[in-house]
Design a protein around this ligand. Sequence first.
Ligand code: HEC
Ligand code: HEC
Ligand code: HEC
Ligand code: HEC
Ligand code: HEC
Length: 491
Amino acid sequence: MSKQQRTRLIFLLIYFVTIAGTVAVSALLVNIQQRKSEAATPYVRLVEVTEDTTDPEVWGRNWPKQYDLYKQTSLTTQTRFGGHGGSESLPVEKAEDYPWLTTIYQGYAFAIDYRERRGHAYMLVDQEQTERHQAPQSGSCLHCHASLMPVYRELGDGDEMAGFKASHQMSYQEINGLLHESGNAHPVSCVDCHAPDTMQLRVTRPGFILGIQALAESDAEVPHLPSIQLWRDSGRTEPYSPNADATRGEMRSFVCGQCHVEYYCGDKMPLTFPWGNGLKIEEMEAFWQEQEFPDGGEFYDYVHKLTGAKIFKAQHPEFETWSQGTHARAGVSCSDCHMPYMRDGASKISDHWVRSPLLNVNRACQVCHAVSETELLARVDGIQSRNYELLQNAGVAVEDLIHTIVEAQEAGVPEEALQTARELQQQAQWYLDFISSENSMGFHAPQEAARILGNSANLARQGQIAVLKAQVAEAPLGEEVIVIEESVEGE
Ligand code: HEC
Ligand code: HEC
Ligand code: HEC
Ligand code: HEC
Ligand code: HEC
């Protein structure tokens, strides 16, 4: 090859390399540009959605990925204590694993039918078919089981709050009828957590809005909800408004707190979340004790059929229990674990398949915990197994107390001792039911759950001792006074 030829070849090589390089760089730039615009406008609106668009399928035309994930809440899933599936048949009765539930709920519809929960897709049909309707249920029930804001607006002539305040006096069947007639018979839908114009997270449920306002107005400590302290410090006269005042991180839990909470739901007063003294179990207990029905009557959920004790029924307090745990304190929201981010091209989307995080440890936990999946699952199992044991112990203790009171009533033990025992039953049962109804088997706040269950068992045994003491005092010398039945534990 001559020197001239060699120079030409080198020139040609440089030429082609440059062209190839330019093409590659341009392609990369185009790609980056595309990804940037994807991240900036993650969707194109094909259809308009408004406050009245409760059908998730319509929203799904604009946001197909979130919609596809959302639909997966109808799939069957199962973990040791959670994710009780979405098969054709209903989940199992809770009393199969916790037989004392039937005893503690005597006199209340929960003794007839109370099942494990399952995915969001089933919330409306499961409520419609529960056997608890053998007792009349209030229209308030639908607050948390359907996309019913349009029904509240209809009832209140455009005023949601007025519609909400009228709904508890209507029967379940009346409100359910309005829901179906108006075409809104969908489970929790996009419009319940998102503003249709901006897609921002927002809360819609009046029960939550009133409950969180009462919490803000109290002086309870809420270190995990900094926007409430800011509102208090600012001395504002307008009520605390979650949609205007809360941080985005708080909203990622508030949207769930619209339903996963303790409440009163009956026909005597509007649906009430008991947060006016704070979110701890004692603060909520005090709230119910101070509560009166609007007709002046004493507040309780039911009278226990066997003992006559006045009972506070606890319901799925996930929001309140999470509030007492380390994760809430560290700013970890419900959505971080139950709706974790997932990659989608260059953008991230939230996993709208709301379910047990144990089915999704990689995205739900390992983003924060640099520990293997097996190890994380073992840690959770350790917490849940301990909680399960404490729960069964407390369950048996409360059941024993109920049997002791029944026998003491038959044996004619003085009313004063019986009254003490009934009050202890109310308290012990409220503590037990609180953790038994909470759906994480202790995970959301392990130490708090253990404390509550320890108190429950202690109060139940104190109730038995109160009866025994009265019997000993009454009994003529030498007479046998054994009233305490052998514990059913281990049977
Ligand atoms: C740090 C992670 C984490 C946070 C934060 C968290 N959870 Fe959980 N949650 C769990 C785990 C773990 C379980 C147990 C799942 C199991 O047993 O399969 C659980 C269980 C549940 C269950 C029952 C799930 C089932 O499959 O049956 C519900 C409902 C629930 N959580 C709601 C909430 C709500 C509402 C919040 C916020 C107020 C919240 N969680 C905050 C991790 C979390
Ligand atoms: C404040 C919100 C809220 C209200 C009000 C409410 N629920 Fe629920 N309901 C839930 C949540 C959250 C779950 C899932 C967690 C669980 O099962 O503990 C649930 C689960 C259920 C289930 C499935 C598990 C079971 O209990 O068998 C049924 C059925 C049900 N509710 C019926 C009703 C009825 C009837 C009413 C009215 C008395 C009612 N709900 C009122 C939030 C609510
Ligand atoms: C409008 C009320 C409502 C809202 C809002 C809501 N839930 Fe639920 N959730 C329910 C009901 C009711 C059930 C039980 C459905 C059933 O058993 O038929 C349920 C069930 C669940 C389950 C059990 C799923 C399974 O597979 O067993 C989890 C986990 C859960 N919810 C977490 C959340 C989280 C996290 C949020 C917030 C991002 C949230 N929920 C928001 C009412 C609600
Ligand atoms: C129970 C409440 C809830 C429901 C119901 C819900 N979302 Fe979301 N959605 C969330 C949360 C929480 C986020 C995370 C938002 C954040 O962190 O700012 C989110 C985020 C989004 C985003 C922003 C991108 C992303 O994925 O993070 C879109 C778009 C979205 N949701 C669409 C939908 C659609 C469509 C539906 C109905 C099929 C729906 N959502 C139902 C709670 C909900
Ligand atoms: C957004 C980050 C984040 C996510 C997601 C998260 N954690 Fe944590 N976790 C923390 C922080 C922070 C602490 C507290 C550590 C401290 O302050 O020492 C913690 C503490 C814990 C603890 C010990 C405290 C306790 O409550 O017992 C366990 C166990 C745990 N996490 C398990 C899990 C599991 C399982 C998941 C997934 C279901 C999970 N975490 C998801 C951040 C996270």
